[in-house]
Write a protein that binds this ligand. Structure first.
Ligand SMILES: [Zn+2]
Length: 226
């Protein structure tokens, strides 16, 4: 009995460490991507309480499967902030409703034939997420739907901005310079969160000490990234 217990203890400690072992040292491109996508109005925003994802509306089987894969994939990058899918009382709600009121009322989409999706956060004065809602347009299907899901998940974890810069590495919130047509075609069926986005999220949760850290502080600390 005693030895069984110690085996169990060892396994759980090992698993714990495994979840927290992602060491985040950004290279130049990653620093630049972080600067472009994580600062919103010159400030950083993140969750400092457990992220509880709730799914509402009519998700497809694929939506649910995909979300749980993404949650597993991003969890090790969130430092001490936990993330899980819950049945109710979630604070990060993914809406798959067929009701389009949220889209119709959003002035950001007035020129779009089919808007893709959007994220609506409620933030504290200290720039921490209190809650957030993600809306996925029901007319978006297949690989595009998957991309929108990943894109909005990145927004909802704190990468709140878009970048108009082109990056050599694949990413969800900026532009990508593809090596060739094959490289581009491969990206269309990609289902994982690109490394650039994961590293930026990891940096936000593991290296940034406080959400009081401003863009000015960042520019002082990372002068070479200008
Ligand atoms: Zn976006």
């Amino acid at each position: 009995m005693v030895s069984l217990f110690s085996v169990f203890l060892f396994t759980s400690i090992f698993f714990y460490n495994d979840n927290y072992r992602k060491t985040i040292f950004l290279n130049k491109e990653e620093i630049s991507y972080f600067k472009e996508t994580a600062f919103y109005d010159n400030r950083l925003n993140r969750w400092e309480k457990p992220v509880l994802i709730e799914i509402k509306g009519k998700p497809s089987k694929d939506d649910i499967k995909q979300l749980s894969i993404l949650v597993k994939e991003i969890a090790p990058y969130l430092g001490n902030t936990s993330i899980q899918i819950v049945k109710n009382n979630g604070n990060l709600v993914f809406h798959f409703e067929s009701d389009l009121t949220q889209f119709d009322e959003n002035p950001a989409f007035k020129n779009d034939k089919i808007p893709l999706g959007f994220m609506k956060p409620v933030l504290s004065k200290q720039h921490q997420f209190i809650k957030a809602d993600v809306f996925i347009h029901p007319a978006i299907i297949s690989t595009k739907r998957n991309e929108v899901l990943r894109h909005e998940l990145c927004h909802s974890l704190g990468l709140m901005s878009h970048s108009f810069k082109a990056f050599q590495s694949a990413n969800l919130l900026g532009k990508t310079v593809f090596k060739d047509l094959k490289d581009y075609e491969k990206s269309l069926s990609e289902k994982n969160i690109p490394n650039l986005d994961k590293m930026a999220i990891g940096f936000l949760y593991q290296e940034v000490k406080t959400t009081n850290y401003s863009k000015k502080d960042f520019d002082r600390d990372y002068t070479f990234a200008k």
